[in-house]
Design a binder for this molecule. Sequence first.
Ligand SMILES: Cc1cc2nc3c(=O)[nH]c(=O)nc-3n(C[C@H](O)[C@H](O)[C@H](O)COP(=O)(O)O)c2cc1C
Length: 177
Amino acid sequence: MILLGISGGIAAYKTPELVRLLVKAGHDVQVVMTEAAHHFVAPLVLQTLSGHTVRADFFATEAEHSCSHIALADAAQLVLVAPATANIVAKVAHGLCDDLLSTIINATKAPVIFAPAMNTNMWHNPITQRNVATLTSLGYTIVPPDHGTLACGYEGDGRLPALEILVDAVQRRVPAG
Ligand SMILES: Cc1cc2nc3c(=O)[nH]c(=O)nc-3n(C[C@H](O)[C@H](O)[C@H](O)COP(=O)(O)O)c2cc1C
């Protein structure tokens, strides 16, 4: 199972298509969203395309497993965080576990790929760059953002790479089928 973690960047609006491409490639995809991500993409769309209940609530009582963060962390063959906000990158780099997604990433032994996407000043902020370097040094994979016109109107680095690049990054680690 590929666990797709969606954090609250504007590029989250692209994630239904990412789910579709991963499923088309033969992957079983389970989506976990942050609270902020709900502002940018509807869980119902992701649920319909993935065929699984979308998880977001750490303390949900309706989940079939009370330690759903550990169950999901164990079940994942790979975690792809796309888009990865400056916030989730910072949280993981510092070991914070204050929501479902950050806790799953902390708990999993599966490879984790981050696809950061954000305003170019946020991306080039030395704090973000230090956090990215920390993640890289700890063995996490970073798919760097593309250069281009950003949703905020800026021109620069920070765009989510083409979805095919993200699917390739997953396929290299976990071939479908
Ligand atoms: C319209 C809008 C667009 C945003 N886009 C991004 C973005 O592309 N990347 C980013 O790192 N943060 C972005 N943010 C800020 C995040 O939503 C905010 O830092 C949030 O706390 C992230 O929470 P999460 O990491 O738990 O999803 C945006 C905020 C707004 C209001």
